[in-house]
Ligand binder design. Structure first.
Ligand code: C5P
Length: 416
């Protein structure tokens, strides 16, 4: 192991969490390898882990007292759990059992280890280990996906013979492999350095000081896109109409009300952007002039005529920017029939590079829902149009697929 000494781990403060799996016997070697690589190591064991390996073993290997309980006044008097959470710059859980993964995915804090994970803003890595059927179970797979979304890096599991006699995926990676993965330099995220602007939500067009024209857009798809782009390292600005959603972490939000305000913000930001996504449900018309005072009912008049004028087409205006200031432009199309035909037409008419077409007549999908299905159409390098159909899926997943496709289009030399 001498080749690892003095490496990037030198001085790294690793909180090694051990949960109740038979692979816990390998955690002793892992603790030793981490120490040899120059890490400071403190160990936290769940109650069940102590049935597989003793705290004394880990204490002897790390030279530090091992923490096992949240409610231990003596240990808390030394380094309290919040202090311990702040101390760590890496939390490494090996082995991570199915139960621990489920508790972490649910955000529980019912013992010392889960509490530390919630309280710490450190890098978080886990090496799952369990019976192959438990790993393959949809609940565990759901939890693994949720943990990855929450920022956990999952190492393994590996496939092979298991202590229980089964063969399949579920073995904890070997301690040497875990250490090597910790030493890997972090990869630059796919969208690092890119500026992305996204319009989202409805617009609100005032009729008078108390009334407006609007629509049912929840903003969920646009917000999911912003979150997905930010997760891939992009600098994201969300131009948002009025919605009741929190601003995703790491995203800058510009709140607007009317289509004209959204248009002005888009015109300002788009020339500085690499990618512009128009996901907002923009009102096509606004009142020619909003009344200064509340419009009153007039006795005897059964009709009120509102004169509306067309709003700017925000995305078409961005797509028409001169080439040197023009980002890649992605639009949305909500249709109830002939999805591909109408979307293709809109792609051409608005001068877009890519369009995400939704069939809004499908029950449980689209407006207000957490799920969506779509047909993606984009201009291919040879001047044609390529397409991909995305099955019904959570908007968060669809957002990831849309962003990845847009990144692939951006990586291509421009044909427009
Ligand atoms: O024309 P239609 O409203 O169907 O087009 C939808 C696409 O155009 C979406 O990407 C939407 O955000 C964008 N749009 C816009 N400005 C408008 C109308 C639509 O940016 N005034």
């Amino acid at each position: 192991m001498s080749s690892l000494s003095g490496s990037r781990t030198s001085g790294t403060k690793v909180l090694l969490g051990i949960s109740a799996g038979i692979a816990a016997y390998k955690s002793a070697l892992l603790a030793r390898l981490l120490k040899q690589a120059g890490c400071e190591v403190r160990v936290v064991m769940t109650e069940g882990a102590q049935a597989f390996i003793t705290p004394l073993t880990l204490q002897a290997l790390t030279g530090e007292p091992v923490r096992t309980s949240l409610l231990d006044p003596e240990a808390e008097a030394g380094m309290g759990h919040i202090e311990l959470a702040r101390w760590a710059d890496t939390i490494l859980i090996a082995p991570a059992t199915a139960d621990l993964m489920a508790r972490l995915a649910a955000g529980m804090a019912d013992d010392l280890l889960t509490t530390l994970c919630l309280a710490s803003q450190s890098r978080k890595v886990m090496a799952p280990a369990m019976n192959q059927a438990m790993w393959a179970h949809p609940a565990t797979q759901r939890n693994a996906a949720r943990l990855a979304e929450d920022g956990w890096r999952l190492l393994g599991p590996a496939s092979g013979d298991q202590a229980c006699g089964d063969v399949g995926p579920g073995r904890m990676l070997e301690p040497e492999e875990i250490l090597a993965a910790l030493l890997e330099p972090p990869k630059a995220p796919e969208a690092a350095g890119l500026a992305v602007t996204i319009t989202a939500g409805p617009t609100r067009e005032p009729l008078d000081p108390v009334r407006y024209l609007s629509n049912h857009s929840s903003g969920k798809m646009g917000y999911a896109l912003a979150e997905a782009a930010a997760a891939l390292g992009a600098r994201v600005t969300l131009i948002s109409g009025p919605v009741s959603l929190p601003c995703p972490a790491g995203v800058e939000r510009l709140e607007v009300e009317t289509a004209v305000e959204m248009h002005e913000a888009a015109q300002r930001l788009a020339p500085e952007s690499d990618l512009f996504i128009g996901c907002a449900a923009v009102a096509d018309y606004r009142a020619e002039s909003a009344a200064e005072h509340k419009i009153k009912k007039v006795e005897g008049e059964e009709e009120l005529v509102l004169r509306l004028v067309k709003n700017p087409d925000i995305i078409a205006a961005v797509a028409a920017l001169p080439a040197e200031h023009r980002p890649l432009v992605v639009g949305f199309a909500a249709e109830t029939r002939d999805l591909a035909t109408y979307a293709r037409d809109k792609l051409a008419r608005k001068g877009l590079d890519m369009i995400v077409a939704n069939d809004v007549s499908r029950e449980g999908l689209g407006f207000g829902s957490d799920h969506n299905a779509a047909l993606l159409l984009w201009r291919s390098g040879d001047g044609g149009v390529d397409q991909e159909s995305l099955d019904p899926q959570p908007k968060r997943e669809m957002a990831g697929a849309v962003i990845r496709r847009a990144l692939a289009c951006l990586a291509r030399p421009p044909s427009r």
